[in-house]
Write a protein that binds this ligand. Structure first.
Ligand code: ATP
Length: 228
């Protein structure tokens, strides 16, 4: 869940070797818009999913590869009792201090980049039909947009995002609003989209839209193959 911003500018430069070999789909959307719901459904249909948010969590879980450097930089007080990053504490710190955000990103971004690359290569080698990169701040990062072939934005009204995230992550409204403000506006995100998935209805409606998206990407793959 993108309740912090530690993974948001991971650059995809190492992935450029895959361009033209397999459709590269970017999947983004504001906090709580439904990116995970969409990527889970695409994964069930056979897509290769690389979730940079999940990777950011894995590397900052107990024994995660980022934890020794985080402890060294910020002190043991930013670890919880299990040895994971204390997300609430770190979120408060990076919102208050840009230099702390920078220090955190200098630790996490290279590790996220490496793992993103590894997972993409492995999925490609397995023969998945296309790759989906779930990147919460894809639009904000800029660098992803040159790499991907197709940008899918999951969208819903801000009020729906706020309600979902308050429920799911047990955050106060003001905290969710703060995160929303740090992200691109809906308008800016939608302006970059090749396709928008509206996710304000039921999960069954979302499933039907995801099925259509899957077919569309398979069609793109066919066109890519016939033009190569
Ligand atoms: P984040 O940016 O925080 O990682 P996200 O964009 O990945 O969030 P999800 O985790 O997919 O969003 O969805 C946020 C919450 O809303 C989850 O609890 C999910 O189960 C719920 N949700 C998503 N879509 C729907 C829907 N169409 N109907 C009901 N609940 C939904």
């Amino acid at each position: 869940m993108a309740t912090d911003t530690s993974n948001l500018y991971s650059e995809p430069s190492d992935l450029s070797g895959l361009k033209g070999c397999i459709p590269l789909v970017g999947l983004t959307g504001g906090i709580g818009s439904g990116k995970t719901a969409v990527s889970d459904a695409l994964g069930k249909l056979g897509a290769g999913i690389v979730d940079t948010d999940l990777i950011a969590h894995q590397i900052t879980a107990a024994h995660g590869v980022a934890m020794p450097a985080i402890q060294k930089q910020f002190g043991a007080q930013y670890l919880d009792s299990s040895g994971s990053l204390d997300r609430a504490k770190m979120r408060a710190l990076v919102f208050a201090k840009p230099e702390a955000r920078k220090a955190l990103e200098e630790i996490t971004h290279p590790l996220i980049r490496q793992e993103t690359f590894n997972q993409a290569q492995q999925l490609f080698a397995k023969g998945v039909p296309y790759l989906v990169f779930v990147v919460p701040l894809l639009v904000e990062s800029g660098s992803w947009q040159d790499l991907i072939d197709y940008l899918v934005v999951v969208d819903c009204p801000e009020e729906v995002q706020i309600t979902r995230v308050m429920q799911r992550s047990k955050l106060a409204r003001a905290e969710v609003e703060g995160i929303l403000q740090a992200q691109a506006s809906r308008k800016d995100r939608l302006a970059c989209a090749d396709l928008v998935i509206e996710n304000q209805g039921s999960l069954a409606e979302l499933d039907a839209k995801v099925n259509q998206l899957h077919q569309k990407i398979l069609q793109i793959k066919k066109e890519q193959l016939s033009s190569s």
